[in-house]
Design a binder for this molecule. Structure first.
Ligand code: FES
Length: 291
């Protein structure tokens, strides 16, 4: 006969990552009333940001999602998000705890997390560039604003604006992205999301010459890996980095669409096919001499 456990006391679990959530569920299933306190606005912690888990390569969200739902629906668990423990007094078995629950600008009982309010909110935070950024960044922001104005400050022009700014500075500085977010009235996360989606955009300053080694299948079987190693050795940087003198950035790409010429290295958009280890250093020296 199944006997439903009755709550026999209350427990506070501080921190609602996967460990806190599991502890809260175990305690709640044992009949305790559980207060699950979490500093951030939502529960789940780092695990919700992972793709796979070690060592089984199981999907992280597939593991944590059912626990999030169970936790929020469990009649013995009270979730206190966006909250901090301020004071603990008393003794073992009889503690009094003061919790500071921060104010939210939404009604959590009604919010479904759709994000639509963010898009339609009439309040925007204007960027106070002089207060936030160094003097040399102000020039970048002003140049970004000029580009934004060229496109009439329209949201639909986001990618074109990002392309122009990326071309102008060789990368997308933080100030420029914040400026775009403010002027186009788009959440910064959306601007970053777009930037991260396209490999053509860079968040780091790139060198004067951009070297890309094709690591597509055709180039790979013809020795592209060794070409990349040689370039890394000669330039003294791993792939994805820029030399100290800002002359070269080394990167990889998956198929440049000229497989018959593999292995291919592209420098500033020019293709150099049938690359060999011997030609690699010469190619770098040739571009280093260019004004
Ligand atoms: S695999 Fe290198 S160009 Fe296609």
């Amino acid at each position: 006969m199944a006997v439903k456990a009755r709550p026999s006391g209350s427990v506070m679990v501080v921190g609602a990552g996967i460990a806190g959530i599991q502890s809260a569920l175990d305690l709640a299933n044992s009949g305790f009333k559980v207060y699950l306190v979490e500093h951030s606005p939502s529960i789940g912690g780092t695990m919700t940001q992972l793709d796979k888990t070690f060592p089984t390569n199981d999907c992280a969200m597939c593991i944590v999602s059912p626990k999030l739902v169970e936790c929020s629906r469990h009649h013995n668990i009270e979730v206190l998000t966006y909250s901090d423990v301020k004071e603990v007094s008393g003794e073992a078995g009889n503690f009094s705890i003061t919790v500071n629950k921060k104010a939210r600008s939404i009604d959590p009982d009604k919010c479904t997390g759709c994000g639509t309010c963010m898009m339609t909110c009439p309040v925007t935070n204007r960027l106070q560039i002089q207060e936030i950024f160094e003097e040399d960044a102000i020039e970048e922001i002003e140049e970004t604003e000029r580009i934004i104005n060229q496109y009439g400050g329209k949201r639909q022009s986001l990618i074109t604006i990002l392309q122009d700014v990326n071309e102008k500075f060789g990368y997308l500085p933080e100030g420029a992205l914040r400026s775009i977010s403010t002027h186009l009235e788009l959440p910064l996360a959306e601007v970053y999301g777009t930037v991260c989606f396209y490999k053509a955009f860079s968040l780091e300053p790139v060198g004067k010459h951009l070297i890309k080694v094709c690591m597509g299948t055709a180039c790979h079987v013809r020795g592209a890996g060794r070409i990349l190693e040689e370039l890394e050795r000669y330039l003294g940087i791993p792939s994805g980095q820029t030399t100290e003198d800002r002359l070269f950035t080394l990167d990889t790409v998956n198929c440049l669409g000229a497989c018959a010429l593999g292995p291919i290295v592209s420098v500033d958009g020019d293709f150099h096919g049938n690359m060999s280890l011997l030609r690699t250093a010469k190619l770098v020296d040739e571009y280093a001499k260019r004004k």
